[in-house]
Design a protein around this ligand. Structure first.
Ligand code: NAD
Ligand code: PRE
Length: 363
């Protein structure tokens, strides 16, 4: 039996708490969050057992404290925690940047009890209501132990992460911040700047926005992420982001030259090399991103059409996560998009619907 404290209970804090509740139902979970409604929802749904105040003596009984507020705010809690936690407590965070919190931890001489944490899973949505007990499933969970952390503590925390279905990986804070600048921070900047570019190039009738199809959507989903979170990440990982941005700008200039010069070989190389590298990425370990089990199907637009499909699936105990009509260039007529919770449910659903002569697209 362990006691786990949370400060911040949004998408990530909520998902970690839900996973702990699922895999360790006997653990005692306490939380502090700025919004009382969040705490009420977590308490009512049984995810947490009790509510903490911002400063609260009960941090003393915690075996772990998870800091799950935006990066800069997490640092503000360390000073107080230092005065209350027990010797055996492990403080961890979920922040997307590790350098600044490790600097603060060292200054406060807390690096014997701090293990930075960063689940490489997430979503463009925020808040406890969007958290889920399977967000961490198969996701790499980076651990950045403080310089004085004992091997026992690191092993214990690593085992906890593993028990939640995630894959622990130990890195230094410096390695972490350079790597995430490349694979996470730069992609968010690219997505947001591309969306802003299109918004400024579009005409009054918004033709670009109207016809934007799969390509634009795929590369810009993350442009809907929390502006506060990304503002803080850019302010905290400035040097690494600037370095990878420089490399990216250099590459874009090369590409513009290839386009201007109609350099067929260079252009082919651009797309062939990216395809080969992208196809070599192991897509089984990407948190929620790969957990979208979706089918598309043609249906006649008539009253009761959707209800009939929902009934066919429900009769086989198949739950639908999301359902809606989508219109875009890929599917000229518009199709019904059905999202499932699990791959097996999606496969069974596809088979059932095909048997009833629906045209089903699986992708
Ligand atoms: N969103 C992602 O995809 C993702 C993935 C991995 C890690 N992270 C990191 O996890 C952390 C939380 O991100 P999130 O996506 O859960 O954000 P979120 O907005 O969903 O949740 C943030 C939580 O922190 C609380 N909060 C905000 N300011 C606070 C403060 N000053 N004191 C206490 N609580 C405060 C909010 O009320 C909310 O409960 C961030 O550090 C982020 O860098 C995010
Ligand atoms: O899937 C998403 O929406 C995410 O942006 C998740 C994502 C990322 O992959 O960049 C975002 C921030 C993190 O710190 C970790 C994961």
């Amino acid at each position: 039996m362990k006691t786990i404290g949370f400060i911040g209970l949004g998408l990530i804090g909520g998902s970690i708490a839900k996973a702990i509740r699922k895999f360790h139902p006997d653990y005692h979970i306490l939380a502090y969050a700025r919004h009382k409604e969040t705490l009420a929802a977590a308490l009512n749904s049984g995810v947490i057992d009790g509510v903490l105040e911002k400063e609260d003596e009960r941090y003393k009984i915690c075996d772990y404290v998870f800091l799950c507020a935006p990066v800069e705010y997490n640092i503000e809690y360390l000073k107080y925690l230092k005065t209350v936690i027990s010797d055996s407590c492990i403080i961890t965070d979920a922040g997307s940047v590790k350098g600044p919190i490790h600097e603060a931890v060292e200054k406060l001489e807390m690096d014997h009890c701090f293990i930075g944490g960063h689940p490489m899973a997430g979503s463009e949505r925020s808040g406890f209501s969007n958290s889920s007990d399977h967000l961490l499933e198969n996701a790499y969970y980076i651990l950045t132990p403080g310089g004085q952390v004992s091997l026992n503590k690191l092993t214990e925390f690593s085992e906890l992460v593993d028990s939640l279905g995630a894959i622990p990986m130990v890195l230094t804070a410096e390695e972490h911040d350079f790597i995430t600048a490349g694979v996470s921070h730069l992609p968010h900047i690219i997505a947001s700047s591309l969306v802003n570019l299109i918004s400024s190039l579009d005409n009054d009738a918004e033709y670009m926005k109207t016809i934007a199809a799969g390509g634009f959507r795929d590369i810009t989903r993350i442009a809907s992420s929390s502006p506060v979170m990304w503002q803080q990440i850019c302010l905290e990982n400035t040097k690494n982001i600037s370095t990878v941005l420089d490399e990216y700008i250099r590459m874009l200039i090369q590409i513009r030259c290839s386009v201007d010069n109609k350099d067929a070989d260079q252009l082919y190389q651009l797309f062939a090399a990216s395809r080969d590298y992208r196809d070599s990425i192991d897509v089984t370990s990407c948190g929620l991103i790969t957990k979208a089990y979706v089918l598309y199907l043609d249906i006649v637009d008539e009253a009761g059409g959707i209800a009939t499909i929902a009934t066919i699936l429900a009769m086989d105990n198949i739950s639908i996560k999301n359902i809606g009509i989508i219109h875009n260039r890929e599917f000229e007529q518009g199709v019904l998009k059905i999202e499932f919770y699990e791959e097996d449910a999606m496969k069974r659903g596809a088979a059932l619907l095909k048997k009833r002569n629906y045209i089903v697209y699986e992708r």
